[in-house]
Ligand binder design. Structure first.
Ligand code: ADP
Length: 241
């Protein structure tokens, strides 16, 4: 499902966090939002998700204006860095939770929920941990469960805010590879936020470089590497974080 962002302006009080942002994200692409802290990445992601209302501008999914829709009506999956799993629920219960609280008319039957949870656990290769509690999992495992939970609703759009930010370098690298494979298998459209340029360049089909509430550049990773002026942007980003 394509995402179109049209002339979004977002203020917090008198501070303008997003300045006339327009962006076209084609169906099925994996897009990295890259920029220093405070550049507006998370705010843009939250506006796309419907967690934040902008003062002006529109968000369209597959050409349909979703701006007036509430977050739950937009049916996007999201994973945030500190989007904690429920501690008192097992892994399987955590993944099922989003399905169980769906409105009755949309909710899958109990056997269908069980089947879907089993499939998702298989997909994230953690079926053996179904009855564990989050405290018994490593950081990387928890993040894979959070992804499985987001995918339970079969979203066509998946939004990820610094999904691997808190993890160590080796785990991040493995998860990146794994997310890329999952994306290529399921073909959802995905936007992820990062301030790590290596992560953005390795994982993205296209990188959107943000700075001070504006989009500086949109390009394929290879093209960004090749341009001397964008290396300057990257050096700048590297020093900020
Ligand atoms: P990034 O994700 O690039 O680090 P954010 O989108 O989180 O940036 O924030 C952009 C700017 O908006 C920052 O200056 C931040 O302090 C400000 N901001 C974000 N959320 C709020 C909020 N709820 N209230 C006030 N200011 C906010």
């Amino acid at each position: 499902m394509s995402i179109t962002v049209e002339r979004i302006n977002k203020y917090f009080g008198s501070f303008q966090a997003l300045k006339d942002i327009s962006l076209d994200i084609p169906d099925g692409k994996l897009i990295g939002l890259l920029g220093p802290s405070g550049s507006g990445k998370t705010t843009l992601l939250r506006v796309i998700a419907g967690l934040e209302n902008a003062e002006s501008g529109r968000v369209l999914f597959h050409g349909e204006d979703v701006t007036p829709l509430h977050v739950r009506e937009r049916r996007v999956g999201f994973v945030f860095q500190h989007y904690a799993l429920f501690r008192h629920m097992t892994v399987a219960q955590n993944i099922a939770f989003g399905l169980e609280v769906m409105p009755r008319k949309d909710r899958p039957s109990a056997p269908e929920i069980r089947r879907r949870v089993a499939d998702l656990l298989e997909m994230v290769q953690l079926a053996h941990l179904a009855e564990r509690f989050p405290a018994q999992l490593s950081g990387g495992q928890k993040q894979r469960i959070a992804l499985a939970r987001a995918l339970a609703m079969k979203p066509q759009i998946l939004l990820l805010d610094e999904p691997f930010g808190a993890l160590d370098a080796k785990v991040r690298k493995d998860l990146r590879r794994w997310l890329r494979a999952l994306h290529d298998e399921l073909h959802f459209t995905s936007v992820f936020v990062t301030h790590d340029q290596e992560e953005a360049l390795e994982l993205s089909d296209q990188v959107v470089v943000m700075s001070a509430g504006k989009i500086e550049q949109v390009d394929e990773p290879r093209a960004l590497y090749a341009q001397p002026e964008s290396r300057f942007v990257f050096d700048f980003l590297g020093h900020v974080n």
